[in-house]
Design a protein around this ligand. Structure first.
Ligand code: KG4
Ligand code: ZN
Length: 360
């Protein structure tokens, strides 16, 4: 292909309906409709509500993206869609929509990995990604460390959460403290007024038996766990009630946040160092967190690792990240998936795009 590929990307894995248009490494449109407001009273994303909202938002969001980008469906070189990981019903809406568009227009369709797209979005800010790249993805739905030898062909999962996602922990702890959903931004703000050393909350999976050594890694050297931390906060709050004292909310927020951010940044930098990764990209909704950015920047700097953090609107779930990865796949000459594929709620991080059935 002589020109830069023009790709439409569709994202519907959680509560954001995103449609983006990218030409090569340039973002032309990034329309996002979120159903977050509808989940507020439940304190977390309700899959059925998210699916229905995707259904209502998909066509208007598609129209908005095409209008903003000033392109028509006929102009496209390819369409890309998130096929996993994510919520089953939510994924299905985007995938069905993308298949319909591909069938109607005859354009090649790529079924892409949501996690890898969080990394691929990096090309929209600063161009091609460096070699020896690591990625730390932290959101309401996932928490992973990836090794990205090649964005289009060689991605490996180094570590992930064994229970809650980091953002989910923020949301649950906010609920325990009587704070509104989503909990991340509120705790971030409150933590700035509290003392992060006031309460020593547990750091999940950091004991020697889990970590092991560089030579003999333990079973969870680069993995995370936040459920013990959440329980510790719950106990602390219950204990305050039992003693009839007011919960020191800002101190709990700051101490909880420090426990999360300390472990995430330490393990990400450790994984990068031990795998010779000289660059790290941060993605996911929790990337907006001030303390996370600050501590990660400091720890990367002392380890000689360069840190890349896309702007907040590109860190949270969006369609431009799917289009950006799609454009990289087209440019690399990777074969399109076609329309014969299904959603995969637990899609492995090493599968960048679903191969065409004939090539599988
Ligand atoms: O990527 P995202 O928009 O979608 C999901 O994966 O759900 O991430 C949303 C998550 C929520 O859990 C929210 O509480 C968290 O990101 N979050 C934050 C901050 N802003 C959003 N967590 C900590 N600090 C923040 N400033
Ligand atoms: Zn995501």
């Amino acid at each position: 292909m002589s020109h830069e590929p023009l790709v439409l990307g569709i994202e519907s894995s959680c509560d954001e309906t995103g449609v983006g248009v990218v030409r090569g490494t340039t973002r032309l449109a990034n329309a996002v409709a979120s159903s977050m407001e509808e989940h507020v009273r439940f304190g977390g994303v309700i899959p059925e509500i998210a699916s229905r909202a995707h259904l209502e938002a998909l066509v208007p969001t598609l129209r908005e993206a095409l209008d903003t980008a000033k392109v028509s469906l006929e102009d496209l070189d390819a369409i890309a869609v998130t096929s996993g990981p994510g919520l089953a019903g939510a994924l299905m809406v985007g995938v069905a929509g993308a298949k319909a568009l591909a069938l109607a227009t005859g354009k090649p369709l790529y079924a892409v990995n949501h996690l890898v797209a969080h990394v691929g979005v990096g090309v929209l800010e600063g161009g091609p990604l460096p070699e020896r790249l690591g990625a730390l993805l932290v959101s309401g739905g996932h928490t992973e460390i990836l090794e990205v030898a090649s964005l289009t062909s060689d991605v490996r999962l180094l570590g992930s959460t064994i229970d809650d996602a980091a953002g989910e922990a923020y949301d649950k702890v906010a609920r325990l403290l009587g704070l509104p959903y989503p909990g991340g931004p509120v705790i971030d703000r409150l933590a700035a007024e509290g003392n992060p050393k006031a309460i020593r909350f547990p750091r999940g999976l950091t004991l020697g038996k889990f970590m092991g050594t560089a030579e003999e890694p333990g079973p969870h050297r680069y993995d995370f766990s936040f459920s013990g931390l959440k329980t510790a906060v719950a106990r602390y709050v219950e204990d305050c009630a039992a003693r009839g004292v007011e919960v020191p909310v800002a101190d709990v927020a700051a101490s909880f946040q420090e426990a999360v951010v300390d472990v995430i940044t330490k393990k990400a930098v450790l994984a990068a160092k031990e795998h010779g990764l000289e660059h790290l990209l941060l993605g996911g909704g929790v990337a907006a967190n001030k303390r996370l950015r600050e501590l990660l920047a400091a720890r990367c700097a002392s380890a000689g690792i360069t840190l890349r953090v896309p702007r907040p609107g590109l860190c949270t779930d969006n369609g431009a990240m799917i289009a950006a990865l799609g454009a990289q796949l087209v440019a690399a000459g990777v074969e399109a998936t076609g329309t014969d594929f299904g959603t995969d709620t637990g899609l492995d991080a090493s599968i960048v795009s679903i191969p065409a059935p004939s090539a599988a």
